[in-house]
Design a protein around this ligand. Structure first.
Ligand code: CP
Length: 313
């Protein structure tokens, strides 16, 4: 069964196949309408979400897929103490695929081991968020292409799951990556290990000014307050990596500023009016990219389908 659990499992071919399909979906959405009528997608969110939950819901409906939503943890039987494995084993009987967000790293892997329908990891704690990465890559590709690039990733690199997935996926392309963060929020050891395994260099900086002139893309992230075991530690780093229109005067004209959103104060509103701002376009790209992803996973799950694109097995 195909699942999308981690970006480390995506090859360049896998990524390009989904992004090519996302481009085709964006060019001609009507050709994809009702393609999967009669199928059901379960949305299982054990943590808050606006973009991921709603864009999967919207993407599914645009493909003719019905959606069922587990609802908030407080209104589901999780609040009675039901385990994750029991919960997903029940839900697989109600749906043809499952999108899961959970506060624990490894939750999507556990879910995939317990069900026989495709599972998409929509964020597992501070682990991975691979469908976000696909829409990030789509946004980069549509604006810059995906080779011969210099990308800066800034903010909470320790707890930021979108960072972990994006950094890994970018190793499939000819991209120089620079990581900008306070010392306490550098990339975790497991992510560094994965990057080193691919031969990628981990270039780290504390100051954006060191690299801003060289960047094609600046990917800014929120400090993940909810992941800090000690709130005092959060307050020590909160607000340190904030950019505004003045910050970007040193950047090349073509620089794209991206952010997975939600933002708190790390990108000042005056950046929204500049030609650098890509974060709302990025969020909207969740529709064609998640349509392409669901289309691929459901096509591969259908034994009668005569073509398929491998996402992960
Ligand atoms: N980017 C992202 O995952 O946003 P949500 O938490 O709103 O889904």
């Amino acid at each position: 069964q195909d699942h999308l659990i981690t970006a480390t499992q995506l090859s360049r071919d896998d990524i390009e196949a989904v992004l090519d399909r996302a481009r085709a979906v964006a060019d001609d959405p009507a050709a994809y309408a009702d393609r999967h009528a009669g199928t059901v997608l379960a949305l299982c969110f054990f943590e808050p979400s606006t973009r991921t939950r709603m864009s999967f819901d919207s993407a599914a409906k645009r493909l003719g897929i019905d959606t069922i939503d587990m609802g908030d943890v407080d209104s589901s039987s999780v609040s009675k103490g039901e385990s994750l494995s029991d919960t997903v084993r029940v839900i697989e009987g109600y749906a043809d695929a499952l999108v899961l967000r959970h506060p624990s790293e490894g939750a999507a892997t556990l879910a995939a081991e317990n069900v026989s329908v495709p599972v998409v990891n929509a964020g597992d704690g501070a682990g991975q968020h691979p469908s976000q990465t696909l829409l990030d890559l789509h946004t980069i590709r549509e604006n810059h292409g995906l080779d011969d690039l210099t990308v800066g990733i800034m903010g909470d690199l320790k707890y930021g799951r979108t960072v972990h997935s994006l950094a890994s996926a970018l190793t499939n392309f000819d991209v120089n990556q620079h990581f900008i963060s306070p010392p306490s929020l550098r990339l975790p050891r497991s992510v560094r290990f994965d990057l080193h395994e691919t031969g990628a260099q981990v270039r780290e900086h504390e100051d954006l000014d060191d690299v801003i002139e060289d960047l094609d893309v600046l990917y800014v992230t929120r400090i993940q307050k909810e992941r800090f075991p000690d709130e005092n530690e959060y307050h020590r780093v909160a607000g340190e990596y904030r950019i505004d229109a003045d910050t970007l005067e040193a950047a090349p004209d073509h620089l794209s500023v991206m952010h997975p959103l939600p933002r708190v104060d790390e990108i000042a509103p005056d950046v929204d009016k500049t030609d650098h701002a890509r974060y709302f376009e990025q969020a909207h790209n969740g529709i064609p990219v998640r349509m392409a992803l669901l289309d691929t996973l459901l096509e591969n799950a259908d034994p009668d389908a005569d073509e398929g694109i491998e996402v992960d097995r």
